[in-house]
Design a protein around this ligand. Structure first.
Ligand code: GLC
Length: 549
């Protein structure tokens, strides 16, 4: 772990998301699994990562590829056995990696025994574990809540004459978190996994658990029309009653006590795009430890926007921010920032900045290779979201194509088969871990260098330096953003042209996101000793000299 001060073990750690279906196939069925993950843990450890988050692996009908959980205390045979998990945890711990697993408390699969019982009769003792309501007087749904995957959030259940609510697919009914038995059931589940040795949880849909007690309709902002994407449908309402209820924090307060007693971390999928709202789950510092901040996945490439994407959550939530640029749910950063070499350089520059912010920055598998989304032809679309709305841009298949490991096989080493559950998406030999390991100027080589250099800083000058100070945007250099952390200054040139940036006299360059390994300084264009030159899209870390600029 990087931190030598007395903070928690995850202070200034780097996380790595493993979308298990697409990481590495150990048993030759075209789907990633635990034995495959264990084989490739060395790659993650060599990168300089400290913890991995493994996406759901529980028994599941796989309607939402594992986010529809049929039991929370076992492994789907597709991914292996409990013994495979034990082996994976043991190997990870041997390599110094912590492992957190995905907990999906908002909903279950409709095949979960709890729901099967709940749906069996309005009088069943588990009826109240889910959100069941009579139809509205006109026979329609009980309120106007929509599904985050598009379409109505309510589905009518013929057999018992009531509707049930699902924030996602009808096959993912929402639990009733106002029922204390549900609260107790999850404490047992968390304990089961903590006893097995996991180091914490990534909590799915953190903002959604508890709903308005009276299930009131949300204020409508505009009428729904045909052809709207799921995001447009969602944005047609003010989500006053279906998410962000204060009682959700009470659930996390209980989880926090449990986690703290085991030195485990709680990382929440806090899908709020307003920095102040992040605090809701963290304060007064007895909720979850880390809340993901997703705005880097949505921001424009613009200096002022990027500065506030970094500064705002830091101001609101300090070292409790989980930083992410890419995930299994959204287009990968290099593609979003324009694609090609420019997009990859922008993404690398931004990650350099994120990696120096207090909090817990996460890479999504393949970020270290500079990957954009894989290309998936319409006849291979498999994400249920696209079938629900018919809107192709909603599709998440492109960010989920398999990891490319080695040149020379049809699936670049991901599986021994000629094809996988998703295609490789147009990867080339140069995209693979093996090829990039042999090239000192590859994205992978740069990422290793950044993460290892960063470790040395956090073990010395930056140990315990838990905050940063942002500089204003300078009229002379409007494309440049910067902040200071301890003795280091981190600077990003967002422009597509060179920028000459003043720094305190006597500063020395410690890291350049676009330098090759042998290059110490971009000497040719340095105008004077207290000015540094940043290439287009380059991030730079300098050790500040003595004098103020
Ligand atoms: C989260 C997951 C996403 C899943 C959804 C429903 O947003 O990241 O992949 O589809 O929850 O569980």
């Amino acid at each position: 772990m990087p931190n030598s001060s007395d903070g928690p073990w995850w202070a200034d750690a780097i996380g790595y998301e493993v979308y298990i279906r697409s990481f590495n196939d150990g048993n030759g069925d075209g789907v990633g699994d635990f034995s495959g993950l264990t084989e490739r843990l060395d790659h993650i450890a060599d990168l300089g990562v400290d913890l991995i988050w493994v996406t759901p692996f529980y028994p599941s009908p796989m309607v939402d590829f594992g986010y529809d959980v049929a039991t929370f205390v076992d492994v789907d045979p597709l991914f292996g056995t409990l013994d495979d998990i034990d082996r994976c945890l043991a190997r990870a711990h041997e390599l110094g990696l912590k492992v957190i697993i995905d907990m999906v408390p908002n909903h279950t699969s409709d095949q979960h025994q709890w729901f099967v019982e709940s749906a069996s009769s309005p009088d069943h003792p588990k009826r109240d574990w889910y959100l069941w309501r009579d139809p509205a007087p006109d026979g329609g749904p009980p309120n106007n809540w929509v599904s985050q995957f598009g379409g109505p959030g309510w589905t009518f259940h013929e057999a018992t004459g009531q509707y049930f609510f699902h924030a996602f697919l009808p096959e993912q009914p929402d639990l009733n978190w106002r029922n204390p038995e549900v609260v107790a059931a999850f404490e047992e589940i968390l304990t089961f996994w903590l006893d097995r040795g996991v180091d914490g949880f990534r909590i799915d849909v953190t903002q959604g658990l508890v709903k308005d007690a009276a299930l009131r309709s949300n204020p409508e902002l505009r009428p729904l029309t045909d052809g709207m994407s799921r995001f447009e449908q969602w944005d047609s309402f003010e989500h006053r009653h279906d998410i962000m209820q204060p009682e959700t924090l009470d659930v996390f307060r209980r989880w926090r006590r449990l986690a703290d007693s085991r030195n485990a971390v709680l990382v929440g999928e806090t899908y709020v795009l307003d920095a102040a709202a992040l605090r809701h789950f963290l304060e007064p510092n007895d909720g979850i430890h880390i809340g993901f901040w997703f705005e880097p996945m949505h921001t424009e490439w613009d200096a002022a926007a990027l500065r506030s994407v970094l500064a705002d959550p830091h101001r609101e939530a300090g070292a409790n921010v989980g930083w992410v640029m890419s995930s299994h749910d959204d287009p990968r950063a290099p593609g979003r920032f324009g694609g090609g070499r420019e997009g990859a350089e922008r993404a690398r520059g931004l990650f350099t900045m994120l990696s120096m912010m207090p909090g817990l920055p996460f890479l999504y598998m393949g970020d270290e290779l500079g990957l954009s989304d894989g290309q998936v032809e319409p006849d291979r679309f498999i994400d249920p979201v696209v079938f629900r709305t018919g809107v192709v841009t909603d599709n998440r298949d492109g960010c989920r194509t398999p990891m490319p490991w080695e040149p020379g096989s049809p699936m670049f080493g991901f599986t021994s088969l000629d094809d996988g559950w998703l295609p490789h998406g147009g990867r080339t030999d140069a995209d693979t871990v093996a090829a990039q390991s042999a090239d000192s100027d590859s994205p992978l080589a740069h990422m290793r260098r950044l993460l290892h250099t960063r470790r040395t800083w956090f073990a010395s000058d930056l140990a315990g330096v838990g905050s940063v100070t942002f500089g204003p945007i300078d009229e002379e250099n409007p494309s440049v953003i910067w902040f200071d952390r301890g003795p280091l200054r981190c600077v990003l040139n967002t422009a597509d042209t060179l920028a000459e940036v003043p720094v305190p006299a006597g500063s020395t360059v410690e890291y350049r996101s676009l330098a090759d390994f042998t290059e110490v300084e971009l000497a040719s264009s340095t105008a004077s000793p207290d000015v540094v030159s940043l290439r287009a899209r380059e991030a730079l870390i300098v050790r500040r000299g003595g004098e103020a600029t």
